[in-house]
Design a protein around this ligand. Structure first.
Ligand code: GUN
Length: 285
């Protein structure tokens, strides 16, 4: 069984980006800039946002982090988004999710200028993806597709089974796989007989956030397995699949798998950097 090393590919993408960004900075006189907003102090979100900032700085993207108190009102957040929409030097805007319950996530996402929506969550980008037009693609599905392609996984004609239907991963992943000419099944919490469906998956993408959801019996022999899950079990980071109990039997069954950590996570960040640079290039030319 092959380990699909997202960390290694992400490193390659970052080093190419650094060179391109340096070239553009000299040519156009300014660096790309990503604004990231976090409302509240959820520890996991705080870590994600700081990691995004650090990843930006390492490739020469200016990071502009806004840490707002939990008590921030929807109108105050909208005001900041309007300012960033208008700011000529801001290329990408990302509002870290989840947001506090008193703020309507859909109102906030729709308020971001869709041309600066690095997350690809604005309804305009969602619609453009669904009609296979040029758009900003959500970072995790984009990263997974890049990783599968770099591993020479054939997608056209394959049956891709996706577990999860979130706007961040499951739904855009399904659209991307369709665009690549896979047949696609999307499963979720109401799906009956999940094992029957997972056993059909030549490419199985699991994005639920539930440790030990998938065991070796649920895999099709030779499946390519992508584990998007991030779960903390006894202080250790595990995915939805790859865990200490079932590793040997999964290794016998799958032909390739993404490890957790070091698989999808670094590719999500690499795709965020790519999206930011792509938006910058469109805006500056
Ligand atoms: N929360 C967890 N993942 C993400 C992501 O990719 N983008 C945003 N905005 N929030 C998240």
């Amino acid at each position: 069984m092959r380990i699909m090393n997202g960390a290694a590919l992400a490193k390659k993408i970052r080093s190419v980006l650094s060179i391109e960004i340096d070239f553009c900075k000299n040519k156009y006189g300014r660096s790309p800039k990503l604004s990231v907003i976090l409302v509240g102090n959820d520890p996991a979100s705080m870590t994600y946002v700081k990691n995004k900032g650090k990843a930006c700085r390492e490739v020469g993207i200016e990071d502009d982090l806004h840490f707002l108190p939990f008590s921030t009102s929807q109108d105050e957040l909208l005001e900041l988004i309007h300012q960033l929409n208008e700011a000529p030097d801001v290329d990408g805007i990302l509002v870290q999710l989840p947001l506090p319950k008193h703020i309507d996530k859909n109102v906030i996402i729709s308020a971001i200028d869709y041309k600066k929506d690095v997350d690809g969550l604005h309804p305009m980008n969602v619609g453009l993806l669904n009609t296979s037009e040029d758009c900003i693609i959500p970072c995790t599905p984009k990263g997974i597709l890049s990783l599968l392609k770099s591993e020479n996984v054939t997608i056209a004609g394959k049956h891709a089974v996706i577990i999860g239907r979130s706007n961040l991963v499951g739904k855009p992943m399904a659209q991307l796989m369709l665009r690549e000419n896979a047949s696609v099944t999307v499963c979720h919490t109401k799906t009956r007989d999940l094992s029957y469906l997972t056993r059909q998956g030549e490419i199985l993408i699991v994005a639920i956030g539930c440790p030990n959801l998938i065991n070796a019996d649920m895999l099709k022999p030779g499946a390519v397995v992508v584990d998007v899950g991030i779960n903390s079990v006894d202080g250790k980071m595990v995915g939805d699949i790859y865990n200490s109990i079932d590793v040997p039997s999964i290794e016998q069954k799958a032909s390739a798998i993404t490890p957790v950590p070091g698989g999808v996570g670094p590719m999500t960040i690499a795709s965020l950097l790519e999206n930011t640079f792509e938006i910058y290039r469109r805006r500056i030319q």
